[in-house]
Write a protein that binds this ligand. Structure first.
Ligand code: 5GP
Length: 105
């Protein structure tokens, strides 16, 4: 069963898309916890940080590269946070890997 984020990637459900390339999509969080709250999502369905493999290294590095590129583009590079929730007790609700980018600038 595809994750909610795969449904967004496949345009089955709508989202506010900030950026997209062949590996990654960046959307605005539907329930923002900060003035800027983006989700940086690999298109590959990896459930959580605990599931990444050695072969995913470039993809994971690209998540961070996209994060800083967007921070610079939005002029929030002086004040932002990047966060992964890991599994339910770590606050994860959607089991398709995603990096939260938040800023109150
Ligand atoms: P988690 O707690 O799993 O790290 O974060 C999941 C995030 O996805 C939450 O902040 C939640 O608001 C967001 N989210 C869940 N469903 C949707 C959706 O359908 N669209 C968007 N844009 N964000 C969603």
């Amino acid at each position: 069963m595809p994750s909610i984020f795969t449904k967004i990637i496949e345009r089955e459900i709508p989202a506010d898309i900030e950026f997209e390339n062949k590996n990654i999509i960046v959307i605005k969080d539907i329930h923002p916890q900060a003035k800027t709250h983006l989700l940086i999502i690999p298109k590959k369905e990896i459930p959580s940080i605990n599931d990444i493999q050695e072969g995913d290294s470039e993809l994971i590095a690209e998540l961070f590269f996209v994060a800083k590129t967007i921070a610079l583009k939005l002029w929030i590079q002086d004040w932002y946070q990047l966060k992964f929730h890991v599994w339910a007790k770590g606050g994860q609700e959607v089991f398709h890997l995603h990096l939260h980018l938040t800023s109150d600038l």
